[in-house]
Each structure stands twice: as structure tokens, then as C-alpha cells.
Design a protein around this ligand. Structure first.
Ligand code: AMP
Ligand code: GLY
Length: 423
């Protein structure tokens, strides 16, 4: 079988590596891919958001399956376009991907189906939003853009002045363009976070082990929000009891609700969860695998990812038993100095061949005549497995220390605050 993966980050490298292991995958392609992915898949210079370009490429290379990994092509309808062209694709159609594409939709969806989430109101006028915030008089308060905003559309305002400034910059100043035409103002939730990725064919849902991303740029959760600076899996505080609560109150009602609304979701559904004193609540849905969560979760997958992908597409997930390693994994992300704001690229990455006992997932990298150069904000994800979380973290940090490039930085405290059980 010939499989084409869409995307070009560390997540796509981890997906390609998992598919590559399948005896059924004879040819692996990726668009656009990156320097690291080019070592295991044929990379094509077609952008992940170029729907016509991807359909044309899939036809040219006669792909049997296309695996669409990132959010933008999914929300833009890439799976719909591939299906219309008669090409089997993994990922939700646009009418289901809206669960990530519009926070106004996802919040009202949760309300309709009684799925626990933060209390909220939506606004398209600044005046209404500001008087609501005043009347609530509770801080911090969370302000979210309706649409996709590269992970930057969530503002946690500590006081009225910050909230007012956020509302005005989005609704009056057009800070996030069309993504910020409407906003959600919601209650701030306290607790610990976990990500649960789940395979679903629209009828059956199979949760993967829970993971913990670290979104802030620097140690002790300081600095700006990023795409994610490191992950551990499984999340130590996500007990079997909590997993059961989530399945009953969140995962199953989500799949059922989407199907009832004629938006059956096929692909990987991402649940961003807050474990609060009043039960687990949904912070956000994403319509895809998480990045970097995937780099810590997929190395624990023992079942063939190609088999799971085809079972999801053919709606046979109920008949498949998915096996996971009982090991722990830890992924440390190395980023370019300045990320998530301005950073320089084009620096040589050294020490890669000294790495031993860890997996290197390449993100913003370029292969230049045999030399890897930096080409993005998040450059590498270094993942290690261990019998314990401490062992996995120990190996990941030992190996990360061997790699270098100008301006490189990474968090030194991945997993450090996750080790004790909740409560
Ligand atoms: P999101 O883009 O929705 O994942 O939000 C980014 C981050 O903001 C989340 O990972 C949380 O840490 C935080 N966040 C979002 N919504 C809330 C909320 N209602 N209460 C507390 N923290 C939140
Ligand atoms: N790591 C967060 C995300 O993929 O959205």
C-alpha cells in the first residue's frame, strides 16, 4: 500500500515512523515533510493547506490512503475533497473538524449535549463582552477567539484592565482577523491538565493513554504559550477511575452528539481536559493528533497504525483490539532561541549521530547536503521510553544534552510537576 501523510512537523514524523513499521506499507510519502521525514518517506513540495495540490499529488503517486494530520487542511475540507476524488483519507470531514475550527460551535455543542466544560458566553460586540466581564467580576477570566489562531487565541486575563484590552484588541482591533470576529468569554478552571487522544470511526471510540503537554516556553510554566515544549505519557494522575468518568461523561457523549448532528467524526479526536475538584471538564477539542503529544504517545503503540487507520476509515474500529506498551515515555522539545516569537533559522544542528537510546523526531529542520539545519521554531523532539517516568525522563535529558545548535533552548522540568497522584 502507498500512504501519503500531510504535514511537516514532529507529529508527522512520529506518524510516518509508526506507519513505516507496518508490513503493509510499501511506499510512504509526505507533503511537505521536513529534513528528518525525508529519511523515511518521499517528501513532496506541496503545502499542507493546498487542497487542490494534495488531491493532484495523491492522484499522481496513486496513493491508496492519505493521512491528513494538521488542523487547517482538515477544517478547510481536505478530507472531503480527497473523498470526492475517490481517495480514502484518514481525518474528519470539515463538518466534524469544526469542533476545533470554531470555539463558539464547540462550546454550544457541549452545552447541547451536557458535556462538562467551563461556563461561558459568546460575543461579537466588545460592549456586551465588557459588561458581561464586569458583571461576573471574577478573575482570572479566559477570553478565546472563535477560530484557529496558531495556538495564540486564548488570553487568560488576570484583572479587568487585561480583559478589556484583550476584548478590544480582538473585537475592535482585529488582532486575529476573521478568527476573532466572535469570542468566547469563559470561567477560569483550576486543576491539572491532561490530553487524551482517541481513535474514532464515528461510532466507536478508543482512547489512547493520557499525556501531559507543557505549553509555556520556560521552566515553572513561565514565558509565553507555545505549541508545546515537552510531553510525558501516561499522565500519572489520570487514574482508571478518571478514565472511566471521562469515557462516560465526555468521550462517548461527544461521539454520539456529533453523529446525532450528522457530523460523524472519523480520525483522531483530541480532548484537552482539566481535572478539577468538581470533576473533569473539557478545555478544548482538537480535530487531530496533538503536537508534541503524538511524539510521546505513538512510541507506546504496539498495534500497527496502518491497521488502525484503515479500521477507522472503514468503520470497523469496534472489531479491533488496540495494544499499548506498559512503559512510560518522555519527549523533550528543543526550540530556536526566541520561539514562540521571532527567531532565526539556518543553524547547523550538531550531535545528532551521538544520540543513543532515544528517538529523534524532526520538526523545523532542513537537510542541506547531508547536514541538518534549523528551519522552524520547534526544531526537534527527543523521546525516550523507560520502565518508570523517571527513567524515561533521565534518558531523554541525557540524550538531549548531546544535541546543539545556535540559540537552542529546552525546558529542564518536563514531567517534574506531574509525578504525584492528584489529591
Ligand atoms: P487552548 O488553546 O484552548 O488549548 O488553551 C490554551 C491553554 O490555556 C490551555 O492548555 C489551558 O492551559 C489554558 N486554558 C484554556 N481555557 C482555560 C480555562 N477555562 N481555564 C483555565 N485555563 C484555561
Ligand atoms: N499540543 C497542543 C496541540 O497540539 O494543540
Amino acid at each position: 500500500m502507498k500512504v501519503l501523510v500531510i504535514g511537516g512537523g514532529g507529529r508527522e514524523h512520529a506518524i510516518c515512523a509508526a506507519l513505516k513499521k507496518s508490513p503493509k506499507v510499501k511506499e510512504l510519502h509526505c507533503a511537505p515533510g521536513n529534513g528528518g521525514i525525508s529519511e523515511i518517506a518521499v517528501c513532496h513540495d506541496v503545502k499542507a493547506v493546498d487542497i487542490d495540490g494534495v488531491v493532484k499529488l495523491a492522484r499522481e503517486i496513486r496513493a491508496d490512503y492519505v493521512f491528513v494530520a494538521p488542523d487547517d487542511p482538515l477544517t478547510l475540507g481536505m478530507v472531503d475533497a480527497l473523498e470526492a476524488a475517490g481517495i480514502a483519507a484518514f481525518g474528519p470531514r470539515a463538518n466534524a473538524a469544526i469542533i476545533e475550527g470554531s470555539k463558539v460551535f464547540s462550546k454550544s455543542f457541549m452545552k447541547r449535549h451536557g458535556i462538562p466544560t467551563a461556563a461561558y458566553e459568546t460575543f461579537s460586540e466588545a460592549e456586551g463582552a465588557i459588561s458581561y466581564i464586569k458583571s461576573q467580576n471574577s478573575y482570572p477570566v479566559v477570553i478565546k477567539c472563535d477560530g484557529l489562531a496558531l495556538g495564540k487565541g486564548v488570553i487568560i486575563a488576570q484583572n479587568f484592565a487585561e480583559a478589556e484590552e484583550a476584548v478590544n484588541s480582538i473585537l475592535l482591533g482585529g488582532k486575529f482577523g476573521a478568527s476573532g470576529k466572535e469570542i468566547v468569554v469563559e470561567e477560569f478552571l483550576s486543576g491539572v491538565e491532561a490530553t487524551v487522544l482517541a481513535f474514532t470511526d464515528g461510532k466507536t471510540i478508543a482512547a489512547m493513554p493520557a499525556s501531559v503537554d507543557h505549553k509555556r516556553a520556560f521552566d515553572n510554566d513561565e514565558g509565553l504559550n507555545t505549541g508545546g515544549m515537552g510531553v510525558i505519557c501516561p499522565a500519572p494522575y489520570y487514574t482508571a477511575e478518571i478514565a472511566e468518568e471521562c469515557m462516560k461523561n465526555i468521550f462517548e457523549p461527544t461521539i454520539r452528539g456529533l453523529a446525532q448532528e450528522d457530523r460523524a467524526f472519523k480520525g483522531c479526536l483530541y480532548f484537552g481536559l482539566m481535572l478539577t475538584a468538581n470533576g473533569v471538564k473539557v478545555i478544548e477539542y482538537n480535530c487531530r493528533f496533538g503536537d508534541p503529544e503524538t511524539q510521546a504517545v505513538l512510541p507506546l503503540l504496539e498495534t500497527d497504525l496502518f491497521e488502525i487507520m484503515t479500521a477507522v476509515i472503514d468503520e470497523r474500529l469496534a472489531g479491533l483490539s488496540i495494544k499499548w506498551s506498559s512503559k512510560h515515555s518522555a519527549c523533550v522539545v528543543m526550540a530556536s532561541g526566541g520561539y514562540p516569537e521571532k527567531y532565526e533559522t539556518g543553524f547547523e544542528i550538531t550531535g545528532l549521530s551521538d544520540v543513543n537510546g532515544a528517538i529523534i523526531y524532526y520538526a523545523g529542520t532542513k537537510l542541506d547536503g547531508g547536514t541538518f539545519l534549523t528551519a522552524g521554531g520547534r526544531v526537534l523532539g527527543i523521546t525516550a521510553l523507560g520502565e518508570t517516568l523517571d527513567e524515561a525522563l533521565g534518558i531523554a535529558y541525557r540524550e538531549t544534552a548531546k544535541i546543539n545548535f545556535k540559540g537552542a533552548f529546552y525546558r529542564k522540568d518536563i514531567g517534574a510537576t506531574c509525578k504525584t497522584p492528584r489529591g
